[in-house]
Design a protein around this ligand. Structure first.
Ligand code: ATP
Ligand code: MG
Length: 403
């Protein structure tokens, strides 16, 4: 693609389109996210809404910072809510002949003087005052292209290229479409507290839930000195990677060592993981309430490990009153790995640093825990747990990611 032709993008959104009276809220959120993203790269940018689309105009900054096509596309392709990114030529609405000429010169600039192959013209006319209807515009422009490029043929069923003409306040001409990430603008669907470990699953869970418009805070439980600074840094790095999609994340790092040691000392070892996970959920819920989150988010997938059998999940869940969202619940590991590769977390996730869960792990953890039995054994902690929880909350180290 000859990217130097373009200084404007026509941005299409998918699901926002079906929201009734609230539609403007979603559009405004999307515009705000685009504006925030553009502030992070050189150049000057102007967004405006037009029915069903957002137009982004780009130019070099007054400070000398150059607008860069690839950087803009890179930013836009991380913004949930965007279905398609179309580099577009915009001209004044100066009548049919002018439109024909502009389309022909566009085609030449894009595909060369001897462009060949099949194409189809798609017209969308939201300016109802325009003298031709969509079908007539498509026929008119199609004929002009055929006349100018003898090698081009119309194929209305399976065209190799599509020439799009949108007649609005101005003429918008484009033929290339870059996929956006889909989903809903982050923040239009509340906030969740993500339990973020250094593994493969939880960063993917954070990505997926924020794709549905949920913004996230996160909590990581570490267990120094059993877990290292490198393990902690790995989690910070993962949060940074997903924040390109999720937006800013407030990451809480909680020292979980003493709680783990107490569980290890006082509870049956085959129940360690499940009891530990119940305490993680309790602490995460406390942080969630404090920070206005609507629920918890984990990377659990049913049956993946002993602590994620259906009955283990029931047992972990019962300690929370907030809903626990598990976007990966029915995903196979391989499917999760594929998403983590796509979003760029995989290489970091597989770095071999210890996790607090793997250090105090039993050889044969229960897979079908009884809630009564677990509750009974948790009472072994009654003397110490309030103090330990208070200490854990005090240890909270907050890292602001992506702000
Ligand atoms: P992951 O790949 O996300 O680490 P996992 O398959 O290793 O997941 P578990 O270790 O059983 O599974 O953890 C299940 C979920 O519990 C994780 O996806 C995450 O949401 C949460 N979790 C586990 N360990 C931690 C931790 N140290 N800090 C925060 N959350 C955790
Ligand atoms: Mg893990």
């Amino acid at each position: 693609m000859n990217t130097s032709l373009f200084s404007t993008f026509l941005i299409k959104y998918a699901e926002i389109g079906i929201k009734g009276d609230n539609r403007y809220l979603f559009e405004d959120a999307l515009v705000a996210h685009i504006n925030a993203a553009m502030k992070t790269i050189p150049g000057r940018y102007l967004t405006r809404k037009t029915p069903g689309r957002i137009i982004l105009e780009c130019e070099d900054g007054r400070d000398g910072g150059k607008y860069d096509f690839d950087k803009v596309v890179e930013k836009l392709s991380h913004i949930f809510g965007i279905a398609h990114i179309c580099p577009v030529i915009v001209t004044e609405n100066e009548g049919e002949e002018f439109l024909r000429e502009r389309c022909v010169s566009y085609w030449k600039d894009m595909y060369g003087e001897d462009a060949s192959g099949t194409f189809k013209v798609f017209c969308r006319r939201s300016n109802k005052g325009y003298p031709l209807n969509s079908m007539e515009v498509a026929a008119d422009v199609g004929e002009a292209v055929i006349n100018a490029f003898p090698g081009m043929k119309v194929d209305v069923r399976t065209p190799e290229r599509s020439l799009h003409v949108e007649i609005r306040d101005k003429f918008y001409i484009y033929s290339e479409t870059i996929p956006g990430p889909g989903g809903m603008p982050v923040g239009t669907n509340g906030k969740g507290m993500l339990l973020l470990s250094g593994g493969i699953d939880s960063p993917v869970a954070g990505y997926m839930i924020s794709k549905r418009g949920v913004s996230i805070d996160a909590v990581y439980f570490n267990a120094p000195p059993y877990t290292s600074e490198r393990a902690k840094q790995k989690v910070i790095d993962l949060a940074k990677i997903i924040s390109a999609y999720t937006g800013p994340i407030r990451l809480h790092i909680i020292n979980f060592t003493d709680i783990q040691l107490a569980i290890y000392e006082k509870c049956p070892h085959d129940e360690l993981t499940i009891i530990m996970r119940r305490y993680m959920m309790r602490i995460a819920e406390h942080l969630a309430y404090e920070s206005g989150c609507h629920g918890l988010v984990t990377g659990e997938s049913v049956g993946q490990v002993a602590s994620q059998t259906f009955s283990s999940l029931v047992c972990t869940n019962e300690v929370c009153t907030l809903p626990v969202l598990r976007p990966l619940i029915a995903f196979d590991k391989q499917e999760i790995v594929e998403i983590s590769e796509k979003i760029g977390t995989y290489e970091t996730s597989i770095l071999p640093y210890e996790d607090c869960c793997t250090i105090f792990v039993a050889k044969h953890p229960v897979t079908n825990p009884s809630r009564n039995v677990i509750q009974k054994h948790e009472h072994n902690l009654d003397d110490v747990i309030d103090d330990l929880l208070a200490k854990a909350y005090e240890s909270d180290e907050i890292v602001e990611i992506g702000r």
